[in-house]
Design a protein around this ligand. Structure first.
Ligand SMILES: [Cu+2]
Length: 138
Protein backbone atom coordinates (compact mmCIF):
# COMPACT_ATOMS: atom_id res chain seq x y z
CA UNK A 1 0.00 0.00 0.00
CA UNK A 2 2.85 2.35 0.89
CA UNK A 3 4.58 1.61 -2.39
CA UNK A 4 1.38 2.48 -4.30
CA UNK A 5 1.22 5.82 -2.55
CA UNK A 6 4.86 6.59 -3.35
CA UNK A 7 4.30 5.76 -7.01
CA UNK A 8 1.16 7.91 -7.10
CA UNK A 9 3.03 10.87 -5.58
CA UNK A 10 5.92 10.31 -8.01
CA UNK A 11 3.44 10.23 -10.88
CA UNK A 12 1.94 13.58 -9.86
CA UNK A 13 5.40 15.14 -9.34
CA UNK A 14 6.62 13.93 -12.73
CA UNK A 15 3.48 15.25 -14.34
CA UNK A 16 4.04 18.66 -12.76
CA UNK A 17 7.73 18.68 -13.70
CA UNK A 18 7.17 17.72 -17.32
CA UNK A 19 3.93 19.58 -17.91
CA UNK A 20 5.57 22.87 -18.98
CA UNK A 21 7.65 21.17 -21.70
CA UNK A 22 4.69 19.64 -23.52
CA UNK A 23 4.97 20.26 -27.22
CA UNK A 24 1.88 20.89 -29.28
CA UNK A 25 2.58 18.31 -32.00
CA UNK A 26 0.28 15.68 -30.42
CA UNK A 27 -3.20 16.58 -29.30
CA UNK A 28 -3.59 14.81 -25.95
CA UNK A 29 -0.06 13.95 -24.94
CA UNK A 30 0.99 14.24 -21.34
CA UNK A 31 4.57 14.57 -20.09
CA UNK A 32 7.31 11.97 -20.51
CA UNK A 33 6.87 9.15 -18.00
CA UNK A 34 9.13 6.25 -17.03
CA UNK A 35 6.24 4.75 -14.99
CA UNK A 36 2.62 4.97 -15.99
CA UNK A 37 -0.08 4.03 -13.50
CA UNK A 38 -3.51 3.36 -15.00
CA UNK A 39 -6.86 2.44 -13.54
CA UNK A 40 -8.71 -0.25 -15.48
CA UNK A 41 -12.28 0.87 -15.35
CA UNK A 42 -15.46 -0.25 -17.09
CA UNK A 43 -15.13 3.12 -18.90
CA UNK A 44 -11.63 2.28 -20.12
CA UNK A 45 -8.15 3.22 -18.97
CA UNK A 46 -8.27 6.19 -16.64
CA UNK A 47 -5.84 8.18 -14.55
CA UNK A 48 -6.32 8.34 -10.77
CA UNK A 49 -8.75 11.26 -11.22
CA UNK A 50 -11.06 9.08 -13.34
CA UNK A 51 -10.22 10.85 -16.62
CA UNK A 52 -10.24 8.46 -19.57
CA UNK A 53 -6.79 8.39 -21.16
CA UNK A 54 -6.78 9.12 -24.88
CA UNK A 55 -4.15 10.10 -27.37
CA UNK A 56 -0.43 9.51 -27.21
CA UNK A 57 1.44 9.25 -23.93
CA UNK A 58 5.13 10.05 -24.27
CA UNK A 59 7.63 7.78 -22.55
CA UNK A 60 11.42 8.11 -22.40
CA UNK A 61 13.36 6.63 -25.32
CA UNK A 62 15.98 3.93 -24.76
CA UNK A 63 14.81 3.36 -21.19
CA UNK A 64 13.10 0.76 -19.06
CA UNK A 65 9.46 1.76 -18.78
CA UNK A 66 6.81 0.27 -16.55
CA UNK A 67 3.05 0.32 -17.07
CA UNK A 68 1.06 -0.45 -13.94
CA UNK A 69 -2.56 -1.54 -14.38
CA UNK A 70 -4.77 -1.17 -11.31
CA UNK A 71 -8.16 -2.80 -10.97
CA UNK A 72 -11.14 -0.40 -10.85
CA UNK A 73 -13.81 -2.39 -12.70
CA UNK A 74 -17.25 -2.60 -11.06
CA UNK A 75 -18.24 -5.55 -13.28
CA UNK A 76 -15.83 -7.99 -11.58
CA UNK A 77 -14.38 -8.83 -14.99
CA UNK A 78 -10.85 -10.10 -15.38
CA UNK A 79 -8.38 -8.46 -17.74
CA UNK A 80 -5.04 -9.34 -19.21
CA UNK A 81 -2.95 -6.91 -21.21
CA UNK A 82 -0.66 -7.20 -24.17
CA UNK A 83 1.82 -4.60 -25.25
CA UNK A 84 2.68 -4.63 -28.94
CA UNK A 85 6.26 -3.63 -29.67
CA UNK A 86 7.35 -2.15 -33.03
CA UNK A 87 8.82 -5.58 -33.88
CA UNK A 88 5.22 -6.94 -33.49
CA UNK A 89 6.41 -8.99 -30.55
CA UNK A 90 3.94 -8.87 -27.66
CA UNK A 91 4.67 -8.60 -23.93
CA UNK A 92 1.91 -9.77 -21.56
CA UNK A 93 0.81 -8.79 -18.08
CA UNK A 94 -0.45 -11.24 -15.48
CA UNK A 95 -4.20 -11.61 -15.04
CA UNK A 96 -5.79 -8.52 -13.46
CA UNK A 97 -8.79 -9.39 -11.31
CA UNK A 98 -10.54 -8.65 -8.05
CA UNK A 99 -8.04 -11.00 -6.39
CA UNK A 100 -5.00 -9.56 -8.16
CA UNK A 101 -5.59 -5.84 -8.33
CA UNK A 102 -2.25 -4.70 -9.69
CA UNK A 103 -0.29 -6.04 -12.64
CA UNK A 104 2.63 -4.60 -14.59
CA UNK A 105 4.31 -4.71 -17.95
CA UNK A 106 7.96 -3.66 -18.11
CA UNK A 107 9.82 -3.17 -21.35
CA UNK A 108 12.73 -1.36 -22.98
CA UNK A 109 11.90 1.47 -25.31
CA UNK A 110 13.84 2.09 -28.49
CA UNK A 111 14.51 5.16 -30.55
CA UNK A 112 12.54 8.38 -30.52
CA UNK A 113 9.25 8.08 -32.35
CA UNK A 114 8.73 4.33 -31.77
CA UNK A 115 5.17 3.52 -30.82
CA UNK A 116 3.78 0.88 -28.48
CA UNK A 117 0.18 -0.15 -28.09
CA UNK A 118 -1.38 -1.80 -25.03
CA UNK A 119 -4.78 -3.50 -25.03
CA UNK A 120 -6.84 -6.09 -23.18
CA UNK A 121 -6.75 -9.59 -24.68
CA UNK A 122 -9.74 -10.94 -22.76
CA UNK A 123 -13.26 -10.60 -24.11
CA UNK A 124 -14.42 -8.59 -21.10
CA UNK A 125 -17.39 -6.28 -20.72
CA UNK A 126 -15.13 -3.22 -20.50
CA UNK A 127 -13.62 -4.09 -23.85
CA UNK A 128 -16.17 -1.99 -25.75
CA UNK A 129 -14.91 1.09 -23.92
CA UNK A 130 -11.23 0.29 -23.60
CA UNK A 131 -9.40 2.56 -26.00
CA UNK A 132 -6.00 1.12 -26.82
CA UNK A 133 -3.22 2.83 -24.95
CA UNK A 134 -0.72 4.40 -27.33
CA UNK A 135 2.75 5.16 -26.04
CA UNK A 136 5.55 6.87 -27.94
CA UNK A 137 9.25 7.07 -27.17
CA UNK A 138 10.39 10.69 -26.92
CU1 LIG B 1 -10.37 -6.55 -20.29
Amino acid sequence: MKKTRIIAVLFVLLYLVFMPIRSSSFANELGVFPTIVLQVHEKGFTDDQGNVLKGVIRIPKESRVKIVFEYADIHDDEHEFALMLPSEEEVYSDLLSKKNKRVEISFMTGQEGERYEAYCIIDCEAMDNLVDLILMAA
